[in-house]
Design a protein around this ligand. Structure first.
Ligand SMILES: [Zn+2]
Length: 297
């Protein structure tokens, strides 16, 4: 263990257990990093639980397991039940796919409400707008109707607002502005734009609203993401992998795993010009408090 690691563990103990006295009986460290956006259900079935176990034994404190649709939400609910306090499920409908019919949407919304009413800890997501599907269709000269996607997103925004739950958003560039309009209309306080990209004006709007972003492993090699990290306050930032999405640069050919966020945290520290321990600690606190993870060992 490096001295940097020892320092971090000492900081952990001080912050988490100030009332517990001397370090003769410290709480075990819960981990140092969060993967605030993981599609664990998209890994092959036999890989899911080992992936999570290895992540937690390797120092990941927790993951947010985001969903694609109802079936994916059910899978993530089951996985979350196997790792209590470590896997927070987020339920929703990912926007980069064809829209479901009305009955399916109602079934998903009802299912989420039942989960919430039963006292289950959860977030809303992944929801948002289909930037990549839309721009690909437009580039190919095909018509694309964005309005039904906006209407569906508004249903999830209203749900998050009613239940006062964190909402996980897939909304980049001009779609982020459309999403910001909806969040403002429904007075949503806890919004997390994962893998965010956008104009300086949009960035300013998001910072003013106190909304969070999360940074993926491409920060190690993408200039656009590096610039974003420099501009966005560390206090509103988290780390994520969006796994199993594959990355390039130093991660080319590797399976994406939650522990890759350690490299993201390291790069954020470098870009912010602060010690790695300090960046890690801030990123840890951000995700823990935003998603309500316990920081006790
Ligand atoms: Zn995602």
């Amino acid at each position: 263990m490096s001295s940097r690691n020892r320092n971090m563990d000492d900081a952990d103990r001080r912050d988490r257990t100030p009332e517990r006295g001397p370090v003769t009986n410290p709480q075990p460290a819960a981990g140092r990093w969060f993967d605030a956006h993981l599609h664990v259900d998209l890994y092959p079935e036999q890989e899911r639980e080992p992936l999570l176990s290895e992540a937690f034994s390797g120092g990941t404190a927790g993951v947010v397991a985001v969903s694609m649709h109802l079936e994916s939400s059910r899978l993530n609910q089951t996985l979350a039940g196997r790792f209590p306090g470590r896997v927070l499920p987020a339920y929703g409908f990912h926007p980069e796919q064809p829209l479901p019919d009305d009955a399916s949407i109602q079934e998903l919304l009802r299912w989420i409400r039942v989960r919430f009413a039963s006292g289950e800890r959860l977030a809303i997501g992944e929801v948002g707008l289909p930037y990549y599907t839309r721009t690909e269709a437009e580039a190919a000269g095909k018509p694309f109707a964005q309005e039904p996607y906006i209407a569906l997103l508004e249903k999830f925004v209203r749900l998050a607002s009613d239940m006062q739950l964190p909402i996980v958003l897939h909304a980049v560039y001009e779609d982020a502005d459309t999403t910001l309009d909806l969040l403002e209309r429904h007075h949503v306080r806890k919004a997390h734009f994962h893998w965010f990209k956008g104009s300086p004006d949009t960035i300013e709007r998001m910072i003013a609203a106190g909304y969070y972003i999360s940074i993926t492993p491409d920060v190690l090699y993408e200039e656009e993401i590096q610039q974003l990290v420099k501009q966005y306050p560390l206090e509103l930032m988290m780390t994520e992998t969006d796994g199993p999405w594959p990355f390039e640069g130093p991660f080319a050919g590797e399976r994406t795993e939650p522990l890759m966020v350690r490299h993201v945290a390291g790069k954020i520290a470098e870009l912010k010009g602060i010690p790695e321990d300090a960046a890690e600690w801030r990123l840890y606190r951000n995700a823990a408090s935003f998603y309500g993870f316990s920081t006790e060992g």
